[in-house]
Design a protein around this ligand. Sequence first.
Ligand SMILES: Cc1cc2nc3c(=O)[nH]c(=O)nc-3n(C[C@H](O)[C@H](O)[C@H](O)COP(=O)(O)O)c2cc1C
Ligand code: SF4
Length: 604
Amino acid sequence: MTPTDLASLEAIIQRHGPQATELLQILRQIQARFRCISRDAMRVVADALAVPLTQVQSVTEFYTFLTTEPAGQFDIRLSDSITDHMLGSRELAGYFCQRLAVRPGQTRADGAVSFSFTSCTGMCDQGPAALVNGLALTRLDRGRIDQIATLIDAGTPLERWPVDLFQVDDNIHRSSLLLDGHIKPGSAIQRVFQQGREALFDAIDQSGLRGRGGAGFKTAAKWRYCYEGQEGAIPGDPAVKRFVVCNADEGEPGTFKDRVLLHRQANEVFEGMTVCAALVGAQQGFLYLRGEYLHLHEPLQRVLEERRQRGLLGRNILGHQGFDFDIRIHLGAGAYICGEESALIESLEGKRGNPRNRPPYPVTHGYLGQPTVVNNVETFAAAARIALHGGAWFAAEGTGKSTGTKILSLSGDCARPGIYEYPFGTAITRILEDCGAKDVFGVQIGGPSGTFISTNEFDRKLAFEDLATGGSFIVFNHTRDVLEIARNFTHFFAHESCGFCTPCRVGTALLRNMLDKICQGHGTPHDLVELTHMARLVKTTSHCGLGQTAANPILGTLERYPDLYQERLKAISFEPGFDLDGALEISRRLTGRDDAHAHLEQAG
Ligand SMILES: Cc1cc2nc3c(=O)[nH]c(=O)nc-3n(C[C@H](O)[C@H](O)[C@H](O)COP(=O)(O)O)c2cc1C
Ligand code: SF4
C-alpha cells in the first residue's frame, strides 16, 4: 500500500470514527475509493477499530457490494428481478456484455468495467434497471446501453453522465391518507407536547396502526413496550438508552414504495421517528437505507440537516428542555436479509447480517443490547399523520382488523406500473382495473415470500386478515410461465440465504437445483415428490423468516397449478440430478474412445 493510499484509508476511518459499529460504513467507503477491500486495507481497519481481522474479512465476504478482487472503474450490476426479466433484461444482458466487451461476473482486462447481476434494485416500475457504482440506471434499452458503453470507453466520470440515465420517477397513480399533500415539519412533534405522552400513545393505539413492513405487529404495543420495558422496570427510565430505527432496506422483489416515500415525504418519515423518540424516550435514531438507494443518500442528508437547522432534531427539540434526538443514515451493502429486523441491527452494529435468536426481541434487546423500536418507513409516515390528525381519522379507513391505507408498489404486466395507495379491504379486481392489467393469469402479492393468487381469487381483499403484503404487487398475464416465475424467486432465496442455518443454506440451494432440473425438462415424478418434501422441510425448520418463506413460490404454485408441473415431467420415474455420462466426456476424449461401451446408459 502506498503512503497516499494509507493516508486516504486513515482519512476514511477518521471521518467515521474508529468504532466497531462503523465497520460496514468504513468498508463501503473503502470499496468506493479503491474498488475492493484488499488484505492490507483489512489489516489497517482491524487495527484502527480494534476488531479481529477475521471479523473484517467475514463482514467483507457477507455483503455483495463489497469485493476482495478489484471491480471495474465502472461497476455495472444488472437487476435480476422477475420484473426486469419481463421487460427484456435477459436479452439486454447479452447486448450489454457485447458492447462492453466483458463477461458476466468478470472485470475487463483493462480494469475499466465489470459486469454482474444483482437482486431486485427497487426500480420495477421503470426497469430494466442496473446500478453503476451503486447508482441506479433506469429504463435500459439498446440505445441507452450504446450511450453507456460510449461513456465508459471514453472514461467519462459519472458526474458528467447525462442525468436522464439516472432519472428515478415517483409514478404515483393513486394517493390517499398518506400520499395526499404534506404535513408542516414539526407539527406532529408539537402534538406530543400539547397533548402529552399518554394521549399520544392512546391515539396511536386507537388508530389501530399495524406495521407496514409485512408482519403487521401493532405499532402502539411495540412503542409502549419499548418505553415501559420488561416487568419490574421503571417506565421511561432515563438511565436506559433507547433507539429508534427506520427500516428502509426494502429488498423484497417488487417493492419500491419506501423509495418513493423517502424521496417525496422524507420529512414525514423523520417526523414519525421523532414522535416515536419523544414517546419512548430515545435519543438516537437510524435510517437503515438499502445500498441500492444510494441516489437518495445525499438528498436525505440534506433533509436531516434542514431539520437540525429548524430545531426539529438535535438538542432541546422545539425548545423542549431535555428532548434530544438525532438521526443517522446507515447504508446497507446488498443483502436482502438485512431487512429482517434483528439482522438489520447486527448490520447497524457493523457486523454480518445474521438474524439473531428471538426472543429476546429488539424492543427489549436491540441495538447494542438496548431497547429498540424498528419500524418500516411507511409505518413512521403513518404515525406522523396520526399524531397530527388523531387515531379516529386513520381508523375511519380500512377494515376492523386492518385500519387505514396501504401503499402498493405495482409492477409487471399492466399499463400503469407505479405507486397506488388504497384503503385496506380493497378487492384485487379493483386494483387490477386501476392499473390497466389485461388478460391476467395471476398476481404475486407480498413479493416472493408472499402469496401467488390465480384468476379465481381476484375477489379477495387487501388486508392482514386476507392478503397481507409489505407492498409488492406483481401482475402476470397469460404469456408468462408460472414455473419460470417460481424458479426466479427460488434462485433469489438461494442467493440471499445468509448461510447461518443448514435447512435454509442447503435447502434453498437444493430447491433451486431441483426446480432447474424440472424447468429444463429433466424432471421425473420422483423429483416432484422430493421437491415437495424439501420445500416443506425448509419451511418448517429454518431459523428466520427468509427460510420459512423461501419455499412459498414452489408450494403456492404446486398447489394451484399441479398440472403445469406434471406437463414438464419425463415419463421415466428417475433421472439422476448429476450427469455421470457427461462428466466422463473429458476422459473419453483423452482416451480417444467414443464407442457405445464407453457410455453409461440411464436405466428405466
Ligand atoms: C427476510 C426478511 C426481510 C425483511 N425485509 C424488510 C424490509 O425490507 N423492510 C421492512 O420494513 N421490514 C422487513 N422485514 C420485516 C422486519 O423484520 C420487521 O418486521 C419490520 O421492519 C418491523 O416494522 P413494522 O412493524 O413497521 O412492519 C423483513 C423480514 C424478513 C424475515
Ligand atoms: S433461514 Fe436462511 S436467512 Fe434465515 S438465518 Fe437461516 S440461513 Fe440465514
